[in-house]
Design a protein around this ligand. Structure first.
Ligand code: TXA
Ligand code: MG
Length: 358
């Protein structure tokens, strides 16, 4: 169903009025996209099935993929979850408000549609004044996945949300560009040892200060055994329409990218590059569209540019986007590499000493 999407721009003079309007929409079972510190979320009343269904249909999201429930105060955790292990409070005190999502046992009244039918619920308290005020005024916890069409890169500006969801949702609160640019870290607290399910804004090194024996529940390895990997649809996520080729590693990454560009150009194809500044300096063929991620060492900047870069290059309708994966697997860099691996149709991992034709 196509409907009118109200754009509510936030500035110092209309903050309260805009948030009140958005909160009214949520109370009336509507859907509202809003900024968080990580990415924009698409919100609805987490405790009302009819509201939450609207999120799934606007995004085209598979019904078995559960949503994160956003709260405005730590105390609200007890409203929607139970049997909370003690170390959960350590993490909440250390990282909330902030980019950490905790999976806990749900209370029974949290609807199945919110939790994807699981008996657990994902909860986080965002570090963004607009988000917090909106949740408070709505008076209920707000379910919010990233506000993109399912499978596309997450939105880091209101313009990204408009381009994916305009006409499909009731309102967009425009609070400008987000701070972090990749989603929250997700940790499952319901098994014996906490499990890291998704790397994100909080690095595993920081979590280990509180949970030294945290386990890793996603593939964090370099995919060395699958040098050229075509992961298939299940693995694709955060992905542009153009083919995405990720070149991972540090050994002669720019030489390899030069070689890959040359191969595609021989076949008359249009090429885009999503690369660090250091790699860009080494690119010899200038007949490519380049989006600069920033300096390799400024990983926060790289993370912040990631989804914007994928979207910008995708809008150029290129045949292939070659991505520079010369990024350390640590801190928020782990999240960057994880998202790039998921976006990629093909992953090339460079081994030291490998022969590269130049
Ligand atoms: O930073 C973020 O987390 C953003 C902002 C809007 O808060 N939200 C976000 O939501 O990234 P989404 O839906 O795009 O990703 C939520 C992730 C999914 O991978 C989902 O499968 C997982 O959290 N998840 C949610 N509930 C879960 C549960 N009960 N058990 C395991 N995984 C869960
Ligand atoms: Mg998402």
């Amino acid at each position: 169903m196509v409907r009118k999407t109200e754009i509510l721009r936030i500035n110092s003079s209309n903050f309260s009025e805009s948030i009140s309007k958005a909160a009214e929409i949520l109370k009336n079972r509507g859907t509202v996209a809003f900024p968080t510190e990580t990415v924009y979320g698409l919100g609805a009343n987490a405790l009302d099935s009819i509201s939450v269904h609207k999120i799934f249909s606007a995004k085209g999201r598979p019904p078995d993929n559960p949503l994160i429930v956003h709260i405005a105060s730590k105390e609200q955790v007890r409203d929607i979850s139970e049997d909370i292990p003690d170390n959960t409070f350590l993490l909440m005190d250390a990282f909330w408000p902030g980019p950490l999502t905790l999976i806990l046992k749900r209370k029974n009244f949290v609807p199945d549609v919110t939790t994807g039918g699981l008996n657990t619920v994902a909860i986080r308290m965002p570090d963004n004044a607009t988000a917090i005020e909106l949740i408070k005024k709505a008076g209920v916890p707000i379910a919010a996945p990233s506000a993109n069409i399912s499978g596309k890169p997450s939105p880091t500006t209101a313009e990204h949300v408009i381009s994916d969801l305009y006409g499909k949702i009731d309102a967009i609160v425009d609070g400008g560009a987000v701070d972090i640019g990749v989603e929250s870290t997700v940790v499952d607290m319901t098994s014996n040892k906490p499990i890291l399910l998704r790397p994100g804004g909080i690095g595993v090194e920081d979590l280990k200060k509180y949970i030294p024996d945290i386990e890793t529940g996603y593939n964090s390895e370099k995919l060395t055994d699958k040098k050229v990997k075509s992961p298939g649809m299940k693995y694709i996520h955060y992905s542009p329409s153009s083919k995405v080729v990720l070149v991972e590693g540090f050994y002669r990454v720019s030489d390899k990218i030069n070689q890959v560009i040359s191969d595609y150009h021989k076949n008359g194809l249009y090429v885009g590059l999503l690369v660090t500044n250091e790699t860009a300096d080494q690119i010899t063929d200038k007949n490519v569209n380049i989006f600069l991620l920033g300096n390799r060492d400024n990983i926060k900047k790289v993370a912040n540019n990631l989804f914007k870069g994928l979207r910008t290059l995708d809008n150029l309708n290129l045949d292939v986007i070659i991505v520079d994966g010369s990024i350390k697997h640590e801190g928020i860099g782990s999240a960057v590499i994880n998202r790039l691996q998921k976006a990629a149709n093909e992953i090339i991992v460079l081994e030291e000493g490998e022969y590269i034709e130049t």
